[in-house]
Ligand binder design. Structure first.
Ligand code: GAR
Length: 189
């Protein structure tokens, strides 16, 4: 049985979609982890019956609390699904090529520190882009700069707003992210 853990900082709708996708497959969603004690992913974890660990900055950056949990699980993949903190290099070194992020734009554009969620969609619209999309990529020590695994695009029309673009991006995420994760687990990327 392959194992996945998912980090998220907010709603966790991707975490839920991924969990449901793998429900009757030979993949266990071992744990959700969040840095945000108010994140809705905590409620989703209860409903989905997935254990959920809430952690703080000290746990993550100054102690081995989170790396010890991960070493104990030994996941095949660590998924960042709307996780907003920089992933520590010391944990990356423990899991080379096993940490994957989704970003709601076509990297290398509109990435980097502070570019998340609606801030990304607002910048894309303000710049008059005609298309946006999702980028699924390996994580390295810099925000949104690891090598790209998969991208999918959507068109932007004249009266799109950050909210309508966010909806289009979520549709792409729900359609492609679980399948790409499965492909990576199967060694297809
Ligand atoms: C997703 O759109 C994801 O691409 C984005 O946050 C959203 C989380 O939604 N991630 C980033 O912006 C990372 N820089 P969710 O919590 O409902 O899955």
């Amino acid at each position: 049985m392959k194992k996945i853990v998912i980090f998220a900082s907010g709603s966790g709708s991707n975490a839920e979609t991924i969990t449901k996708y793998f429900k009757d497959k030979n993949v266990e969603i071992s744990l959700f982890l969040t840095n945000n004690p108010n994140a809705y992913i905590i409620e989703r974890a209860k409903i989905l019956n997935i254990p959920c660990k809430i952690f703080n900055k000290e746990d993550f950056y100054s102690t081995n609390a989170i790396s010890d949990i991960l070493i104990n699980i030994n996941p095949d993949l660590i998924i960042l699904a709307g996780f907003l903190w920089l992933f520590p290099e010391k944990i990356l070194r423990l899991f080379p090529n096993r940490v994957i992020n989704i970003h709601p734009a076509l990297l290398p554009k509109y990435g980097g520190k502070g570019m998340y969620g609606d801030k990304v969609h607002k910048a894309v619209i303000e710049n008059g882009e005609k298309e946006s999309g999702i980028s699924i990529h390996y994580v390295n020590e810099k925000y949104d700069e690891g090598s790209i695994i998969y991208q999918a695009k959507c068109n932007i029309i004249a009266n799109d707003t950050p909210e309508t673009l966010a909806q289009k991006i979520h549709v792409l995420e729900y359609n492609y992210f679980p399948e790409v994760i499965e492909g990576v687990l199967d060694g297809k990327f």
